[in-house]
Ligand binder design. Sequence first.
Ligand SMILES: CC(C)(COP(=O)(O)OP(=O)(O)OC[C@H]1O[C@@H](n2cnc3c(N)ncnc32)[C@H](O)[C@@H]1OP(=O)(O)O)[C@@H](O)C(=O)NCCC(=O)NCCS
Length: 179
Amino acid sequence: MTDVLLTTERLILRQWREEDRAPWAAMNADPEVMRHFPGTQSRAESDDFIDRRAAEIASEGYGFFALEEKSSGEFLGMTGLTWPGFEGPFKPAMEVGWRLARAHWGKGFASEAASACLIFAKEALSQQEIISFTAASNTRSMAVMERIGMTRVEDGNFMHPKVDPASPIALHVLYRINL
Ligand SMILES: CC(C)(COP(=O)(O)OP(=O)(O)OC[C@H]1O[C@@H](n2cnc3c(N)ncnc32)[C@H](O)[C@@H]1OP(=O)(O)O)[C@@H](O)C(=O)NCCC(=O)NCCS
């Protein structure tokens, strides 16, 4: 049985594989990739993410998918859909998110994968609205949101409940799109 959930012109969004664990841990240990998160992640934390996300994909048919480049077969990072793991200043809505290894920034991969996720959310999951949020300092992530047609919620800024309020990345911005 195939583990591919979605494909685009250049990308495959699929279930996680054992061989993703090392490159996923390597990117989560990169301070530049994790700049707008509370910190870098250990191998154990990265493995735990894969375990939880793989289980979600297996049971729900969606989640934060592993992202692969079609032409090279190379693991790029993750893009996908999930339910936020906390209550924020938004009505319950599915979230679209992304994290790519630094070598794969600047090629349009995150936007291409995320756009496919929005279509999937509408057509396969019958969602009418998708949200996204990120630290207010994360301009690259906000640019992805804008590129895929999301709009910033003007009064949507919030302090992320799982981040130390004294941290410079605690303040988050909220984006949304009607599908
Ligand atoms: C957020 C993140 C995924 C954005 O990556 P990105 O490369 O800037 O975004 P995209 O993949 O959409 O690529 C867009 C860039 O590729 C360029 N590009 C090149 N070829 C392209 C193509 N064929 N199609 C579209 N864009 C293309 C665009 O011009 C744009 O460049 P610019 O940033 O210089 O304007 C990446 O910075 C990241 O993983 N950050 C760390 C994790 C993180 O913060 N995640 C978000 C937490 S909420």
